[in-house]
Design a protein around this ligand. Sequence first.
Ligand code: NAP
Length: 472
Amino acid sequence: MKTDSIAMAALGGLHKPGVVCIFGTGDFGRSLGFRLLQAGYEVVYGSRHPGNSALLPEGAKVMTHQEALKTAQVIVVAVHREQYGFLAPLSSALEGKILVDVSNNLRRGQYLESNAEYLSMLVPEATVVKAFNTISAWALQSGGLDANRQVLICGDCAGAKQAVVDLAHGLQLTTLDRGSLRAASELEDIPLQLFPLWRLPLYISAGLLAAFFIYNVIRDVVHARVTDGEDKSFRIMISLANKAFPAVALVMLSLCYLPGAMAAVLQLYNGTKYRRFPDWLDRWMLCRKQLGLSALGFAFLHVLYTLVIPIRYYVTQRRATFYTNLIKENKTYEFNPVMAWRSDSYLSMGMLGFALFILLGITSLPSISNSLNWREFSFIQSKLGHTALLLCTAHTFLYGWDNFLNSNAYKWCMPRSYILALVVPCVVLVLKAVLITPCMDRPVTRIRQGWERNARGRAPADNGSSHRPLIL
Ligand code: NAP
């Protein structure tokens, strides 16, 4: 019978490093054993081939499953689900033991029930805890990177879970209790996910990149071919790419801040923070970090592509022609102080904006953001983030200068792409400017502190994601 007292017995044995049994001497079993031995635990392997210990970490013992299970209360089953069959005959010997299911599947929905629930049905006399499946054998052996330090745990017996929590803490790993064993299938799906939070930002960046690139090809290459019969297709590789990259970077940076402003407007409209945001807004807010990092990637490309401009054949050729013509016509190249101001200001805004952009990227790294308190983090991500957006927008305006109103800058009524790229950032900055005015900021702040416009008679509505602290 699964009782807390049985589990507490195991717990008692694990407060100080004790014996841990591992079934299976494969990659995961070996890495876990290596890490356990380092942490001072005694490791006993249960294997089909107890005589074969060549690859096992030094100091570990290897026995048959039958013998090994007698040595410890906690048994880690480091075997694939398909091979769990050998456990059924051991069922009575496993009574009262804690079985840690670490298994994963090859694809989602491969089996009706989770592997851990299957194990629990196979060995009902033991207490099953799902844990460690989100940690790779490599991370265990190499010491674990930050993102790989958290062990997700679920199970039906609190005492058994505590025993596994203690074990994980003994390995210098952090833990997160995800509830009962019914959550096991969720945990088993985690290693199968492929960049879930990156999907939307990647689709957006690919869509924006394609849109801006095609737009520039039509405007600069197709237009020249149709109207003047001129071939400007060579511009595709660098000139047009370097028009699309900054436009995508600017739009994506502003898309990081637009949902925060929209959330504030929604909260003002609803007069409460206790109402769920629409799902699309929720999903959008969850991937702001990924949006920002993608934007930073495009900004980097813009910087790289800009740095090579002086060595481009097309540029050196044009420069040579320009100076030759000046000499031929005996003209001088007059210094224009307005142009000097314009170019210096535009470059300076760009460099400062990019520097802040990098700072935003660095502080979004878990190792850095974990060392900041909430106020510091929101100061950097919100205040400095909006400043970066402002500087990058100013950089683009100064780049455009008088072209916004110049009718020659429009081809087939198509404005230059940076003019289009300015629309979203301008909307975000105007919204932000309105939201920080005292008459808007005060009610938003009160709402975020729990104040409700129609508080009387209203039960706190469903506590959705609007509880999450917002970075505006
Ligand atoms: P593996 O290298 O293939 O090792 C599996 C072990 O299971 C074998 O070495 C074998 O040990 C034992 N085994 C194989 N067939 C068996 C059978 N018919 N009956 C009894 N035992 C049998 O696999 P692994 O990579 O270590 O993965 C083990 C489990 O950990 C899997 O469920 C996997 O999903 C999970 N996991 C792995 C990782 C990872 O990074 N590798 C990460 C998280 C979770 P003996 O020869 O000693 O009996």
